[in-house]
Design a protein around this ligand. Structure first.
Ligand code: NDP
Ligand code: GDR
Length: 353
């Protein structure tokens, strides 16, 4: 039986990856940092599984990493741990670097000292591209073709626009260096935005789907709720579903040799597009009425446009996304509406008991 260690198991991706690996017959060791209140709500399925073990550790504490790797001698290690909110990274830059950059270095150092180093996956990010993009060479165009949309792929230069993105670039370069210098099987998965029903409420997609579910409830109750405050509506992102993306993480560690891959859907939509689609799920066309643009939510520096080209991942690993933009939005909104129903039902049961 293969053993995998997941740093960042309690997060969105950690929870899906854990379930994927358990379904493939792995023993999964999930690493959870100490928090003052329960933070395992996303991994309830894994916690009940006999092949899953939750251990305490922190990527900023090299001793805890060494201990875990020595105790379990895993075949594969996935580093998903990060202070992953771009906006927060402007306010907690040093902490973000410690977790997101140094944390990765700590794991790489621990791995290279092992007698039999495990395969390593690093959660790199499309944020590393910042304001850069590539365009198809003019020689491939003729006057009848429309100008192709710009994109980012493995050859697009990095131009990080936040403390978070700089930390991810540092970690990504460390992975490349350790792969070359110590012959490690280490991969950087350059994943574009991926969302889900388990996405944190502070990310824009879930913030919107949760608001729409609240509005749906308020309308049914004949009540009104405050407007939805958003920052930059014009930023464009390439949004996919996390379930599809964790599969790519696993695939990267099953190849003949290590490499870096862009993982994306190839389609880009603005924050406003997402909002429009989400409100449509509850039959509201006049969505702008419910939105207030709040300048305090705009970032000091923004990434205006992301659209990934994951041809390499398809060509070399056969990976492709299964969930398109519309179904992603619908899944998230439907889930949040259902959660509200469940909540109301249990509140009603409590008040009657
Ligand atoms: P989340 O924010 O949901 O999860 C981050 C995880 O890291 C949580 O389990 C968190 O634990 C853990 N963590 C934070 N600090 C530490 C620490 N010091 N030691 C150990 N664990 C820690 O992120 P996602 O699941 O969305 O993303 C997973 C990874 O992929 C992250 O590295 C992110 O930066 C990267 N990424 C994500 C993309 C996306 O669109 N989702 C796209 C590209 C990259 P806790 O529960 O205690 O907070
Ligand atoms: P991002 O995701 O920064 O792309 O990072 P986020 O959902 O936070 O922002 C996406 C875009 O929406 C704009 N925006 C808002 N964002 C938030 N959070 N809240 C708002 O109210 C709001 N209004 C507008 C943002 O300015 C931005 O342009 C995510 C994270 O998962 C990273 O860890 C990961 O590396 C990248 O995706 C790829």
């Amino acid at each position: 039986m293969k053993t995998a260690v997941i740093f960042g198991v309690t997060g969105q991706d950690g929870s899906y990856l854990s379930e994927l690996l358990l379904s493939k017959g792995y023993k999964v060791v999930g690493v959870n940092r100490r928090t003052s209140s329960e933070n395992t709500s996303r991994i309830t399925y894994s916690l009940d599984h006999s092949n899953f073990e939750l251990v305490q550790g922190d990527v900023t504490d090299p001793f805890s990493i060494h201990r875990i790797l020595a105790d379990y001698t895993p075949n594969e290690v996935y580093n998903l741990a990060a202070q992953s909110h771009v906006g927060v990274s402007f306010k907690q830059a040093s902490l973000t670097w410690s977790i997101t950059a140094v944390g990765c270095m700590n794991i790489l150092e621990a791995i290279r000292s092992m007698a039999s180093p495990p395969r390593f996956y690093q959660a790199s990010s499309s944020e590393m591209f910042g304001d850069q993009f590539s365009v198809a060479k003019s020689s491939s165009l003729n006057s009848l073709q429309p100008v192709p949309e710009p994109y980012q792929n493995e050859d697009t230069p990095f131009s990080p626009q936040s403390p978070y993105a700089i930390a991810k670039c540092a970690a990504h370069h460390a992975v490349r260096l350790y792969r070359k210098s110590y012959n490690l099987y280490a991969c950087g998965g350059i994943l574009f935005n991926h969302e889900s029903e388990r996405r944190g409420l502070e990310f824009v997609t879930r913030k919107i789907s949760n608001y729409v579910a609240g509005l749906d409830w308020a309308t049914r109750m004949g009540r009104s709720i405050p407007k939805l405050h958003l920052g930059n509506l014009l930023a464009k992102r390439d949004w996919g579903h996390a379930e599809d993306y964790v599969e790519a993480m696993w695939m990267m560690l099953q190849q003949d040799g290590p490499d870096d891959y862009v993982i994306a859907t190839g389609n880009s939509h603005s924050v406003e597009d997402y909002a429009k689609e989400a409100f449509k799920c509850i039959n509201i066309e006049e969505y702008l009425y419910f939105i207030e643009v709040d300048k305090t939510l705009a970032r000091p520096s923004e990434v205006p446009y992301l659209r990934g080209c994951s041809k390499k991942a398809f060509r070399k690993m056969g990976w492709k996304p299964r969930t398109n933009f519309k179904s992603l939005v619908k899944r998230m909104v439907d889930h949040d509406i259902q959660s509200r129903f469940q909540y109301e039902k249990s509140e009603a049961e409590i008040s009657q008991s």
